[in-house]
Ligand binder design. Structure first.
Ligand SMILES: NC(=O)c1ccc[n+]([C@@H]2O[C@H](COP(=O)([O-])OP(=O)(O)OC[C@H]3O[C@@H](n4cnc5c(N)ncnc54)[C@H](OP(=O)(O)O)[C@@H]3O)[C@@H](O)[C@H]2O)c1
Length: 329
């Protein structure tokens, strides 16, 4: 299988347009993904052509980065790893704190320089104070990181980074339940050569169409304990739509997509929809098994959706879904 590649923002990285989101393999989403399965999943993803992995220091308290590091040591291919800092307890926007976060990530990943460090949804006021960007420049100067970007919660934060920083990437929640990004952010990102990394592309699994209204998630799964934003931004769980409504929306979207690539799954078509936006550098679905990783990788080989399908999906979103999206956006 081959996965098409795209340039990541204004870097020289040619990354697979489907990358690997490594939250679920690091952290407990209910039952912990066993180490052997996590490693097998990463290898399967890379064998399928994924050369971009997104992780964070806090995923599993370092477990995700360590797993990735151990797998990197077994591979000869060039894999780009994007990590994040900003949510580890006691992290601050001082240089000392940020240097420590970078050095800890280097040790866990077992690399000499971090390919891409993203600010991890830090408070808006800290982002806009600007000290973080001065410190990231300094980390670059010290040779600890190659590039930096920001994972953000709101479109306004994204526009701020585009206008006021040298961030090369923006990581945003972008999927069929989050179409304001198309209207309000993509053009500005593309015009400034800022690469867009699309996170939560399957709305935490809802956009696979496999969940029914009565499904009960394990109480250690954020889809149980954060379903309504009880612990962190509700947008990170089901992209902010109420679960039962999301199940209904997925069914309706599957109907709109029925004539597209009949052999493809809803998950693949949902990923293809994101890829049809040129401003996107890479989409990073989480996967917990080799099968999921391979299914997601195959979305790259699908033909673009028909323009009429795009129109219908936009129409449905603005009519039915937009007003139901909760949380900062
Ligand atoms: N603040 C931030 O910066 C932030 C926040 C959230 C996520 N992220 C990043 O974005 C990545 C992706 O987001 P996400 O993992 O939260 O959500 P997601 O990609 O929308 O959904 C991932 C989940 O969907 C299910 N799934 C994936 N592929 C599937 C397939 N082919 N068939 C059936 N089910 C499938 C799996 O869970 P089940 O099998 O259990 O359903 C998987 O854990 C994360 O891994 C992380 O790297 C960043």
């Amino acid at each position: 299988m081959t996965i098409s590649r795209r340039t990541l923002g204004n870097t020289l990285y040619e990354v697979s347009e489907i990358g690997f989101g490594a939250w679920a393999i690091g952290d407990a989403w209910g039952d912990l993904v066993p180490e052997a399965q996590a490693r097998e999943t990463l290898h399967a993803a890379m064998d399928a052509g994924m050369n971009f992995i997104d992780t964070a220091d806090v995923y599993g308290g370092g477990r995700s980065e360590k797993l990735i590091g151990s797998v990197l040591r077994e591979r000869k291919d060039r894999i780009y790893v994007a990590t994040k800092m900003g949510r580890w307890p006691h992290w601050e926007d001082t240089y000392e704190s940020m240097e420590k976060a970078a050095r800890d990530a280097l040790a866990r990943l077992g690399v000499e320089c971090l390919d891409l460090v993203q600010l991890h949804c830090i408070p808006t006021e800290t982002l806009m104070a600007g000290r973080v960007f001065e410190n990231l420049e300094k980390l670059k100067g010290q040779g600890l990181i190659r590039h930096y970007g920001a994972s953000i919660e709101t479109i306004d934060e994204g526009l701020f980074c585009i206008r006021n920083s040298s961030a090369v990437t923006l990581q945003v929640i972008f999927n069929l339940f989050r179409q304001r990004v198309v209207r309000d952010l993509l053009q500005a990102a593309a015009a400034n050569k800022v690469g867009v990394i699309a996170r939560v592309p399957l709305a935490s699994g809802l956009l696979t169409g496999k969940y029914t209204r009565t499904h009960v998630f394990n109480d250690k799964d954020h889809r149980h304990f954060n379903a309504n934003g009880e612990m962190f931004n509700v947008g990170e769980t089901f992209a902010g739509v109420p679960f039962e409504k999301g199940v209904a929306y997925s069914g309706k979207l599957a109907g709109i997509l029925a004539d597209e690539a009949p052999e493809a799954t809803l998950a693949q078509k949902a990923l293809r929809w994101i890829l049809d936006h040129d401003a996107v550098s890479t989409v990073i679905p989480g996967a917990k098994s080799p099968q999921q990783a391979l299914e997601n990788a195959e979305a790259s080989g699908l033909a673009p959706l028909a323009p009429a399908t795009h129109e219908k999906l936009a129409e449905y979103y603005w009519k039915e879904i937009d007003a139901e999206v909760r949380g900062v956006y």
